[in-house]
Design a protein around this ligand. Sequence first.
Ligand code: SF4
Length: 177
Amino acid sequence: MKVKIATVWLDGCSGCHMSFLDMDERILSIADKIELVYSPLVDHKTFPDMVDVTIVEGAVASTDDLAKIKKIRAHSKILIALGDCAVNANVPSMRNPIPVDEIINRAYVENALINKDMPVHPALPPLLKRVMPVHEVVKVDLFIQGCPPKNDTIFFAIAELLEGRVPDLTTMTRFGA
Ligand code: SF4
């Protein structure tokens, strides 16, 4: 049976997903072992009942992120924090010293040249007071540092997991690399 893999995009720039795609044709060498069941890269809209490995890019920054990551954790056997935003909140957390209202006002009113207005659409999830790394909200099983992590590192981690081993990434990643 194929290993079910999901990838999730919280508050990140998609650079980690781009690095995931940079595995290029090496994906073919593991393609017969995996099934990508949920991801921004495929069309599935609903997170499955249970996924073997979920790879999370980005930090937890909004009420939507918070609900999503809790649900995903409950439906994932192994959860991987991919990239520095997921691992330590990185770039999104730069707003943490500033109150949320001030940040939004700065972006949508003070710095706007036209349509100066606060965003109020009900579909917009409220921002959390503080951006958090994934492990502050749910249990994380594997951390892959880097901004973004190298495609070699991501491939190694997945290949090791598929062989039933815990990947040793100590010499392969570091913050910002
Ligand atoms: S870790 Fe870097 S590349 Fe990945 S989402 Fe964050 S800013 Fe983008």
